[in-house]
Ligand binder design. Structure first.
Ligand code: HEM
Length: 408
């Protein structure tokens, strides 16, 4: 039993993950959890229990507290599914490491994703976007915006940064898609990851021959980190995989869901058209509303920790649900309403604490480029199928749309 003087040990209340009633909103149960103080206990598919945090303040408190480990090899780390375990058992990138090891790797990349550096990429992003829209217009409607615009755009941007050949984009898009599936056998994400690591190993081995003559992110890391011995070849391969995967699938999904939100909320689209200065707000609201990386923040207590009046014992698993936090009425009034005029900048869609998304300036810039121009370039944009046939990806690790069939 809990030693906490304030709260009784909660009984398990639900199995996690909890299915969504509406594919575009968090499950209603999260709101019920938010009504009582402290976390709730949930049971996982493997029969183990974890503490579920759903309130905005509590989620941030957990994510800011380094007594909780994000390293899945720590005993007690909660398991989402067998497929997810298979991914987490692979050699870890720094996203799965704790301080101080985590900071050692992350610091090598900080300058690459600083706002100033990313701002300089904006013309490149705009030119890729405009070329892809020109191609769409030349081909004519209908189109699937996920495959015909957003995945190519975000893949080209990350591939430009890493200087990955264009002809390989379809390959790494497909491997990224397979790696985040949750309801498949463990071999599916494991083999996808092995294929992409093998690919990057070959690419980086070749790059090591002439890195000094090149000016891409991988070459800079070879010169500045690998050559002096701060980073091994293998560690660079794993870091490159993280960037490649995190850098395109996420943002493309966010774009698709953003379009969905505008087409299903025409008043908000009219508002954006009338007041383009709302663009930045609109992007933050999209990030908050959909919180596409909704299952990211699994942790385990490395020592006894009290959060929100609840004693979490060393070795107990914790889930700090950013998707619930971003729909907590205490932090966002009428949270289930998509409202581009709200000040949503304090959302936690990029997580919080040491693992807060490194690529967020890049993601924001890409989203601002797309939503600053898409509805101007395709002013008649609308769904090409009845709205209830637009399918969400369901409970994938990263939320998105299966396809986004549109016409104009
Ligand atoms: C809308 C787009 C994006 C969203 C919603 C998003 C969300 C997130 C979230 C929630 C985390 C924390 C994961 C965790 O705690 O386990 C994260 C981490 C990370 N993201 Fe993003 N991300 C996006 C785009 C990007 C892009 C474009 C990049 C560029 C390469 C990127 C690179 C990373 C990296 C490297 C980490 C690990 C940070 C660390 O552990 O220190 N992300 N992202």
């Amino acid at each position: 039993m809990s030693q906490c003087p304030v709260h009784q040990e909660a009984e398990p209340q639900a199995a996690f993950p909890i299915a969504r009633q509406c594919p575009f909103l968090p499950p209603r149960e999260y709101r019920a959890f938010q009504q009582h103080d402290g976390p709730s206990k949930v049971h996982m598919w493997d029969g183990k229990e974890a503490w579920l945090f759903t309130r905005y303040d509590d989620v941030r408190a957990v994510l800011a507290d380094n007594r909780f480990s994000g390293d899945p090899s720590t005993p007690g780390f909660p398991s989402l599914s067998a497929a997810r375990n298979a991914v987490l058992e692979l050699e870890p990138a720094f996203i799965r490491m704790d301080p101080p090891q985590h900071g050692h790797f992350r610091r090598m990349l900080t300058k690459e994703f600083m706002v100033k550096k990313v701002s300089a990429m904006r013309p490149m992003i705009e030119s890729i976007f405009n070329r892809l829209v020109d191609e769409l217009l030349a081909k004519g409607p209908p189109a699937n915006l996920v495959e015909d615009l957003f995945l190519p755009l975000t893949s080209e941007v990350i591939a430009w940064l890493l200087d990955v050949p264009r002809e390989d984009h379809a390959f790494f898009q497909e491997q990224s898609r397979l790696k985040v599936l949750l309801d498949v056998g463990p071999e599916v994400p494991r083999e996808a990851s092995e294929r992409i690591l093998g690919y990057l190993d070959t690419l980086i081995t070749a790059r090591e021959q002439d890195a000094e003559k090149r000016d891409d992110l991988l070459s800079r890391l070879i010169v500045e980190q690998v050559r002096p011995g701060h980073l091994s070849h293998r560690e660079l391969v794993i870091m490159a995989e993280l960037l490649l995967m995190a850098g395109h699938e996420t943002t493309a999904n966010q774009m698709a869901l953003g379009v969905y939100s505008f087409l299903t909320n025409p008043d908000q689209l009219a508002r954006l058209r009338a007041e383009p200065a709302l663009l930045r707000n609109a992007v933050e609201e999209m990030l908050r509303f959909h919180t596409i990386v909704h299952y990211n923040a699994f942790r385990v207590a490395r020592e006894d920790v009290e959060v929100a009046g609840q004693l979490i014992r060393a070795g107990e698993g914790v889930i700090a649900l950013i998707s619930a936090a971003n729909h907590d009425p205490q932090a966002f009034a009428e949270p289930d309403r998509f409202d581009i005029t709200r000040k949503a900048g304090h959302h936690v869609a990029f997580s919080y604490g040491v693992h807060q998304c490194l690529g967020q300036p890049l993601a924001r810039t890409e989203l601002q480029v797309v939503f600053g121009a898409l509805f101007e370039r395709l002013p008649q944009l609308r769904f090409a199928v009845p709205v209830d046939e637009v399918c969400s990806k369901g409970d994938h690790f990263v939320q998105g749309l299966q396809t986004l069939p549109v016409t104009w």
